[in-house]
Design a protein around this ligand. Structure first.
Ligand SMILES: [Fe+2]
Ligand SMILES: [Fe+2]
Length: 171
């Protein structure tokens, strides 16, 4: 993982020769943050690879992102989110776009992975500090341990229904 630079600290995710990690991206959930650091590392590996060699890395990145989003979706389901909620919808939309990129690349549009990586870098920074940080805060508030995927007290989510985005906003 790249270390944060003070100049970029107020602009998490800024692309300057790659995706710059910043502690501003931390959500407070250790397992989620670990997955996010892996996401950032794989994004940077793509930026560092010539377009003609990117497909195998991109496919591994796509697999990682499927697991990353499934993990968060699972935690939402375990803690009172409705199956249809805008955080999970956003995951599904991003995955659909990422999957479509493979076919375009295979048809000869070899700059498309770089364009997708740039779009994802921008998207991810915003997503991490809003929806993911909101989810991390929610998990903490209901006593959900993401390491073991268990609730300290299952009653804690008995009357919890989250149907919106579950985001938090930061000024
Ligand atoms: Fe995430
Ligand atoms: Fe997410």
């Amino acid at each position: 993982m790249q270390t944060s630079s003070p100049a970029l600290a107020s602009n998490p995710g800024a692309i300057q020769n790659g995706f710059t990690w910043s502690d501003d991206l931390l959500t407070g959930d250790a397992r989620m943050d670990h997955t996010h650091a892996e996401f950032a590392d794989q994004l940077n590996a793509l930026f560092a690879t010539p377009a003609v060699d990117q497909l195998p890395l991109y496919q591994a990145f796509l697999d990682h992102t499927v697991a990353h989003f499934a993990q968060e979706d699972r935690w939402m389901q375990a803690t009172g989110f409705t199956p249809k909620n805008c955080h999970s919808d956003q995951h599904a939309m991003i995955l659909e776009t990422m999957q479509a990129v493979v076919a375009h690349y295979q048809k000869g549009e070899t700059d498309i992975i770089n364009r997708m990586a740039e779009a994802l870098a921008e998207w991810f920074a915003q997503h991490a500090i809003s929806m993911d940080a909101g989810l991390a805060q929610h998990l903490q508030s209901v006593g959900f341990d993401s390491a073991t995927e268990t609730l300290a007290d299952p009653q804690a989510v008995r009357n919890v229904t989250v149907s919106g985005c579950g985001s938090i906003s930061r000024s």
